[in-house]
Write a protein that binds this ligand. Structure first.
Ligand SMILES: [Cu+2]
Length: 151
């Protein structure tokens, strides 16, 4: 190993190496599209994973009237679309690939392989809501929202 200039102490080198590794890690996360915004305390989160042409929903007890974030992740190597009639007429905020789009209603969110998106809205309709993929009509998933206020 070549001699290093004296001002490059062992600690400096270790710190530089750490920063480099962290940088690589963050870039890898960004590349895969997994980097997620941290949900706030008042927000309830639903996770929807698309895998093997199926929607898999991970949800806890959901309360009406609260800000809700649906995180959709496409783990397939195929492109998929995520849409639901539950967003009809509602104010929505879609965050995808570092871009936030505000709108009313939501026709769908197109997800390339290994990409994710976050849909934020206020949960206001109880009942069973279906998800669908416009590219693969056989794909359906659902979200169950009870009208009970107590958790
Ligand atoms: Cu699909």
């Amino acid at each position: 190993m070549p001699a290093l200039p004296r001002l490059w102490g062992r600690e400096t080198l270790a710190a530089a190496l750490l920063v480099t590794l962290l940088g690589l890690f963050v870039r890898e996360e960004e590349r895969q599209g997994w980097a997620q915004p941290t949900p706030s305390d008042t927000e309830q989160v639903v996770e929807v994973i698309i895998k093997d042409y199926k929607f898999r929903t991970k949800q806890g007890a959901l309360r009406l009237g609260l800000p809700t974030a649906i995180i959709v992740r496409n783990e397939d190597t195929e492109r998929h679309d995520f849409g639901s009639t539950m967003f009809e007429g509602l104010a929505t905020r879609v965050e995808q690939n570092g871009v936030i789009v505000y709108g009313r209603g939501l026709n769908g969110v197109m997800l390339d392989p290994h990409r994710s998106a976050v849909v934020r809205f206020d949960l206001s309709r109880p009942g069973k809501h279906e998800f669908r993929c416009s590219l693969h009509p056989a794909m359906v998933g659902e979200l169950l929202i009870l009208s009970v206020e107590a958790v």
